[in-house]
Write a protein that binds this ligand. Structure first.
Ligand code: NAG
Ligand code: NAG
Ligand code: NAG
Ligand code: NAG
Ligand code: NAG
Length: 948
């Protein structure tokens, strides 16, 4: 307790010397920072005297530490506080934009778990005239101003829609406003999380609404707080530890020295994670040294032992789960998100855990496997027996299936050690030592991080310096600063590096323990110091929020949190304006609008990239491929010069040339040529001021599992569904069994049967579809077979008619050849050989039916006459060069028609009998009638006679 009080006192003393200033804009994340914006200036400290601002800007109260500023002319504005005393405050060059984007979309999300939909309520707001609730993103309904503005916009034809970036779906809003807002209903998804609200090009008072990109996935549950549970924390005096899920960055766990916090909405709301009493001692509870987040829950590393906290329990993990019972040094998860990747053999891990000499991977449902250890490492590469080798740390790379293992190596082990890097591929289960080494002192701990790139490019840091290794380990060094040779501690009052933040745009932000910040970018070798943003004494950490902006979270001693948005791009512009640094190129465009492309056999990918730069520089475009050599490529360059600028355009074609026709081992060849490559396209030079980062994307070669085939004209959904049984006579069956076959017709599996007159032939046409519907007609060869074994159908073209020079393959020949295989495997793309060459096969009887169908050969199925029946066919693509997928489909045909009787004599006799019967009835009725007639008229006459 005394130590805690002392720490507070010390931190308070140190804080009094620190001063800083900040600026705010009303719009969230500084989205709009223009001539229309009211900029709030805020000075934190004691020595303030007045603000110094350019004449083009108007300030409300020059002498107030917190005041408002408006700049009516766009451009860089030099702003600084004038302070009493010897120290100078940092000045900033704020870039004030002139834009006619003034309005933003407000979005409010309601979750409906009953039908798994999210309803997004959207309205337009003007950040300069909005309610505080709207600015803090806490509003339930539009404010009066926003209500009026939204109505105006709607009358002018505005109507927002949501576009998803990964699956390319579009969701329109309701046409009419309801309660002053539009509503869009979208299904919950964890695969299609990047969403974009887009509107029509409608202006109101010359102002547009800004589109907004945001992340929205399947909502996650936080672990509930239970009364009576105790806090779990890091040791007193330690820095904040933060982890988030790579693909759901708004799910975050933050470990401080008094509590562990969790959030699912980027700290808009948060709860604490506490543990039941009795499992951990007080000392253990406040000794968390590592934390990780996976779909299974939150993992804590305490004194070398791993613990799991999930919604229901808090448990210690150990030998029961295949994990060591102690000695665990670290735990880590992926840093970069890939929603799609192609797995060939193995599973993909969620976590990596390591001890001094073994690495364990963690999969879904708490499955852990020891994947490699130092003994195996020593078996694969030569290491002198006198050397000590240990696992230093594990970090996932930017590749979706790889991680880097950093090994420390020393022989005498008294002064220096060397750090080596091996990269392990989870799918192949192989690891490779890379051409990377770093010499550090024995007691140095190095934290590595891979940047978002195709080749493994990395930065590493110890307490004082950032090391880099770029361009496939060929460019190595220390990130430089204008003075002190890159020793960041010397530039920040001897504070040490706390953490480094990297994003998908190539930004790298270094935070010191005292909140000093340094900035550089991917492929850049020097850093610039940014002005202080948060108080030196506050414990802070950065995180990525749901619109991919960096934010700071601070934890106060009283256990409360505070979130601050950080205007990274404004700060970079300010810092680099001072150093007069310029981006070497003016523009870098490309049409690579996906992060994942999957190419099936013979498919090509055509992309282009373009760079515009001042005439006197010699820039060009570089494409870098990482992974197995699965793709060939061709370039085509175009070059133009106009008004002092050069434009270079590179057209790139990526393609495969493998031919699978009649190969020895089809499946093996397929396997060798499947996999993926991570590719990037980038300008040859790059600086801190360049806005567009290298474009990184994946190209997978293999089966796109969302593709499937259907037989045209068949309906698989809309027909009355009721299963029934029918009998197939034994003589119609392939295997000639002794009994008739009773078959159950499953509507769910076979779809609606098509009724076909048995006199008409049937030609199946195949279509390729995916989740978005029709793609193309299938033009290539395919085969069909009746799945219950019927053989009483044929084909209406012969081998000769189809152009065969030798006897073609048939079901009969293929099943005789492959007796050991089940019917469906006896014939397929793996053993297909065509009949159109004298070199393949043998001459034979070419008058046999040709059993291979395709769109153009018009080969029809022929039914037995005068017999109705139910046929369920499976169709399979036969062309070996069509697809990596095993494309098959089922379709059912019910034949019908008039059945003439097999026996004419019987019909004749029946007819004769019927005629006979008819005649006898006729005769009988005649006599009967006559009798009645007589009976009726006879007496009448008599009566007449009587009356007369
Ligand atoms: C889902 O359920 C909610 C409330 O039960 C309803 O308002 C909404 O319209 C439903 N959405 C769909 C797509 O069925
Ligand atoms: C939490 O972890 C325990 C222990 O492994 C497991 O049995 C349980 O199913 C998990 N609960 C949930 C909700 O995942
Ligand atoms: C690192 O140390 C090793 C062994 O002491 C030495 O051979 C090597 O040249 C050093 N490398 C660098 C980059 O200084
Ligand atoms: C906790 O401390 C911070 C900063 O000292 C203060 O702003 C906040 O109001 C405090 N919260 C509570 C609940 O005391
Ligand atoms: C096969 O049947 C179709 C449809 O009845 C017919 O158009 C075609 O001419 C027939 N082909 C041959 C070779 O008989």
């Amino acid at each position: 307790m005394a130590a805690g009080a002392l720490a507070v006192l010390l931190s308070c003393l140190s804080c009094c010397g620190s001063a800083l200033w900040r600026y705010h804009a009303a719009s969230p994340n500084y989205r709009i920072f223009s001539t229309r914006t009211t900029i709030t200036l805020e000075y934190e400290g004691t020595l303030f005297s007045e603000w110094s601002v350019p004449e083009t800007c108007s300030i409300k109260d020059k002498r107030s530490p917190k005041t408002e500023l408006r700049c009516s002319t766009p451009g860089f504005q030099n702003i600084k506080p004038i302070v009493t005393g010897p120290d100078l405050e940092d000045e900033r060059y704020l870039f004030v934009d002139s834009t006619n984007i003034c309005f933003l979309w407000y979005r409010k999300i309601a979750q409906y778990y009953n039908n798994f939909t999210q309803v997004i309520t959207i309205w337009v707001y003007d950040p300069e005239n909005a309610d505080p609730d709207e600015l803090q993103l806490k509003a339930d309904a539009p404010s009066l101003n926003s209500y009026v503005l939204t109505r105006q916009m709607a009358t002018l034809g505005q109507r927002p829609s949501i576009h998803t970036l990964l699956k390319r779906k579009v969701y329109l809003s309701d046409e009419k406003l309801k309660d002053g807002a539009w509503h869009i209903s979208i299904p919950m998804t964890s695969m299609d999380t990047i969403k974009d609200i887009r509107g029509n090009q409608v202006t109101f008072q010359d102002c547009f609404v800004s589109d907004v990109l945001f992340l929205l996935g399947f909502p996650r549950l936080t672990i509930p707080e239970t009364p009576g549970f105790l806090p779990i924390s890091s040791p007193l005096g330690s820095q904040l530890m933060i982890v988030s899920s790579a693909c759901v960055p708004s799910s975050i766990v933050l470990v401080a020295h008094m509590e562990t916090f969790q959030t699912n909405d980027s700290f808009r709301t948060w709860t604490t994670i506490r543990v039941p009493p009795g499992i951990l001692t007080d000392e253990e509870r406040s000794n968390v040294s590592g934390v990780s987040l996976s779909p299974d829950g939150v993992f804590f590393l305490i004194n070398g032992i791993l613990y799991l906290k999930n919604i229901t329990t808090f448990v210690k993990l150990g030998s029961k789960e295949n994990l060591p019972d102690g000695g665990i040094i670290g735990i880590t998860t992926r840093k970069w998100c890939w929603m799609n990747y192609l797995l060939k053999a193995n599973k993909r891990s969620n976590l990596a855990i390591w001890t001094r000499d073994a690495i364990y991977l963690g999969y879904d449902s708490l499955e852990f496997v020891e994947i490699i250890n130092i003994k195996k490492v020593r078996e694969t590469i030569y290491i002198p027996s006198t050397a000590t080798v240990r696992i230093h740390s594990i970090v996932y790379t930017a590749h979706p299936l790889e991680f880097g293992m950093f090994l420390s190596y020393c022989i005498t082990c008294n002064v220096m050690k060397q750090i080596y890097l091996g990269i392990y591929n989870e799918d192949s289960g192989q690891w490779m030592l890379k051409d990377f080494s770093l010499n550090v002192t024995m007691d140095t701990f190095i934290t590595p991080h891979f940047v978002f790139s195709s080749m493994p490019e990395l930065i590493l840091w110890d307490k004082h310096r950032i090391y880099y290794s770029y361009h496939n380990f060929s460019a190595n060094g220390v990130i430089q600063t204008p003075t002190e040779f890159g020793n960041l501690s010397k530039l920040s009052d001897d504070s040490v590096i706390h953490d480094v933040y990297l994003d998908y745009y190539g930004n790298i932000l270094v935070k010191m323990e005292n909140n000093n910040l340094f900035f550089f970018k991917i492929y850049v070798r020097d850093a610039v110091k940014l002005p202080l943003w948060t108080n030196k004494a506050t414990k802070t950490q950065f995180f990525l929020n749901s619109v991919s902006q960096v934010n700071f979270v601070s934890v106060f001693e009283n256990g409360t949190l505070d979130v601050q948005e950080f205007p990274l791009s404004l700060e970079i512009r300010s810092a680099t304006y001072k150093t007069k640094e310029k981006c070497p190129f003016v523009a870098f465009h490309n049409n690579i609008d996906r992060v994942f492309y999957i190419l099936d056999k013979k498919k090509k990918l055509l992309i282009w990239a373009q760079i515009v730069y001042p005439e006197n520089k010699g820039l060009y475009i570089i494409m870098e491929l990482y992974g197995p050599k699965l793709l060939e490529y061709k370039f085509h360059n175009k070059y133009e010069i106009a008004s002092g600028f050069c434009t270079k355009t590179m057209d790139i074609m990526l393609y495969q040339t493998v031919n699978y026709e009649a190969v020895h081992d089809y499946f093996k060849l397929q396997d060798q040529n499947m996999g993926h490559m991570v590719i990037q396209v980038r300008p040859s030079e790059f600086e801190k001021t360049c806005p567009t980062p290298p474009r990184v994307f994946q190209v997978a070669v293999g089966c796109d599992t969302s593709k499937y085939i259907v037989v045209k004209g068949f309906d698989y959904n809309d027909c009355p569904r009721h299963d029934f049984f029918y009998i197939i006579e034994k003589s119609y069956l392939r295997h000639q069994p002794d009994k008739n076959l009773r078959v159950k017709y499953s509507w769910k599996k076979y779809g609606c049967p098509l009724k076909v007159d048995f006199r008409t032939n049937f030609h199946p046409l195949l279509e390729l579809h995916n989740e978005n519907g029709y793609i193309e007609d299938v033009e290539v060869n395919f085969i069909v077979w009746e799945i219950h074994g019927r053989e009483d159908y044929s084909f209406n073209i012969t081998m000769q008619k189809s152009g065969c020079l030798n006897e073609a393959q048939t079901w009969k020949s293929m099943t005789t050849l492959n007796k050991h295989l089940p019917l469906e495997e006896a014939w397929g793309p793996q053993n297909y050989k065509h009949c159109f060459s004298y070199a393949i096969g043998k001459p034979g009887d070419l008058s046999q039916p040709y059993e291979i169908i395709n769109k153009s050969n018009r080969n029809h199925l022929v039914w037995p006459m005068h017999r109705t029946g139910m046929y369920v066919f499976r169709v399979k693509i036969l062309d070996p060069n069509y697809s990596y997928c095993n494309l098959t489909a089922l379709f059912a045909i019910e034949t019908y028609g008039m059945i003439p009787s097999p026996n004419g004599y019987l019909v004749f006799s029946v007819l004769f009998l019927l005629m006979l019967l008819f005649c006898s009835i006729l005769t009988f009725s005649y006599f009967h009638y006559m009798r009645i007639y007589k009976h009726l008229y006879g007496p009448t006459d008599k009566r007449k006679q009587k009356n007369n």
